[in-house]
Ligand binder design. Sequence first.
Ligand SMILES: [Zn+2]
Length: 106
Amino acid sequence: MTGSTDVVAGNRLESGVRGACPSWCAAGHGVHLGEEDWVHLSEPLTVVEGLSAQLCMSIDPDTSAHDGPYVVLGSTEYTLAEAQAVAAALMTMAITGGHTTTVSVA
Ligand SMILES: [Zn+2]
């Protein structure tokens, strides 16, 4: 590909979206037209069986206006802060479980 770009890593675009693609984007652009082609998606991460997570962000190629990034977990969209809170709560639960002691009851 010729021409300059400020994208350091990640997949480059065949056509369609001009300008920046987030470094984590794995979307195949140029398949959809219009706004659907502005959506950038990461590779899915399988969290548990039947549940995956993806980073998602849309960037208007003309105005550079963007929405996101968000973490899409299953079919629910979380802000980055919300996703971090979910992950932290799971970590806390797992750590708490790791410190389990039993108490005899009469
Ligand atoms: Zn992209």
